[in-house]
Design a protein around this ligand. Sequence first.
Ligand code: ADP
Length: 578
Amino acid sequence: MRKQLARLDPVVFVVVALLCAATLVIYFHHRALTALNRQTTVILQKVAEQTAATAALEIRDAFDGPVFNTLASITHPSLVAGRLELVARAYDEGLRTYPQVERFFVWTQRTDREFPGEAVFYGRDAEPFDGNPRDGVGLFRPDPELGREIVAAARRQTGAQQIYAAVPAAIDGVDYDIFLRLYYTGASRDRLLAVLGFVVNLSHVRTALFPEVHRRYLANLLEPRDGSPPFELRVLDTEGRQVFGPTQPPHRISARREFSLQFYPVHEIGTRMSATLPERRWTVMVSPRLSEPTGLPSTLAQGYWLSGLSVLLMLAALVLAIKTSQRAAQLARMQSEFVAHVSHQLKTPVSLLSAVIETVTLERVRSPEKLAQCMAIIRGQTSRLSALVEGILQFSRVSDRRRRYELEAVRLPALVRETVDAFVAAVETSGFRIEVADDGRTPVVAADPAALEQALINLLDNAIKYSGASRLVTVRVGVAGSEALIEVVDHGIGVRPDERERIRERFYRGRGAAMHRDGFGLGLPISTEILAAHRGAIDIEDTPGGGATFRMRLPLLQDAAAERRRFAFRARWRSELR
Ligand code: ADP
């Protein structure tokens, strides 16, 4: 238990350290995001305020426009000369430029002759102006009620000596703002020469004006610029009711700016006005457009996925590191076991040999029988030693990445019979019956015959070693689908299911192998490696009734012509750590 704890401690330590590191990463990430969020909010707020201020100015500029640009462009002399077509031309231009103007109007001595006591109008329903000077009053339309109201309002101002006036009017339930520019005949300013001006329909302002103003003057201003997101604009009336803008609630970041809903430049002409309208304070509200990314990471998915990913990567790296270190430790353990085992295997024959040689050298061997006995020992131990060395060399050859296998078309039944015969002749198999069985077919495979023989010999060797009391080993050759099979079937101690994978590893010896001192845990890995290099594999199964069956599988060589073809390929030792 203590041992286990000691082994676990560094792992626990690393896990805890990693969790701390992950917590720190998330904490700092959170702090950085919060700071970024705050900064972005401040910047956006400032940009929104700036945009709202500019929007309010733009609106004011647009609403002030007709007074100077349209009315002031009509000169006193042209009015004196009664050039109504020039007035109409200026109004035509004014209507196109200023959507807030419903109609312009004019009153002069000349219009008064045709429409006494009324101003006449130039509105959006006017005939398209073609600049014909003969049209005169005919270019304008009467609207008796509103026209009389205008002339009456103008006359009311004459005593005041001022040239501008703004008055309200309500006709047929429609509210108007009327702006007047008065012209007098003399310096005394008591007789009117002309009255110019325009009418703004206030219900039109509420329902339809701002979309047009937005399109003409504000849309550009709200577009994204210098990395800032796009903005949207709302217009609220004196009571705070929204008259223009998106219906959904605005973003939490928004800026408001009041503007005066007057359709004349009150600051510039205030001193020259005889009547003004009460000031109306409306508001523009500017906020980032919600459907667009604002650069504010507000949700976990937006803001923290990067941290999450890095923590996941750290955990994956940790798992890999633990696995690799466990594997390395296991490999080191297996190798030291191997060294111990090999030394042990070497010690016995070496000490036996030196004892016998010493006996012979000191001439203690008295009889020829004794000498023959000694020589037999020397022969036996020498061949054991060379078997050991051969095993180790074989392993190093097979595990050499640069090893090349010389492949040729091999008829398996013949190869198996020859190998079994050679094995029986070379190895001590007395008492054993090794049967070879085939199903009459002749599977052909592409193989390096020497390597394949080696693989089979290792399996036969094991079958004999681990046969226990049984004395029968069967080698079957057959075909299954597109594969050729060689099965080595014994009736010995068998392989435990939980060891079937591990015994393919280098130096690993099964628990049942303890009583068989010969062996290094290399035979099966060598065979496995040879089969893998031939694009085959070895399956391990129980023999019915007890024992183990090792089945070598190899792809069949389908093409008969290929039998004559020789080819080679480089075998790969897939991973040093396998
Ligand atoms: P070894 O030199 O130990 O025989 P191998 O690599 O050939 O090494 O085999 C690895 C292990 O597989 C053996 O130690 C043994 O536990 C098990 N093994 C191999 N062949 C057999 C078999 N025919 N029956 C039972 N166990 C076997």
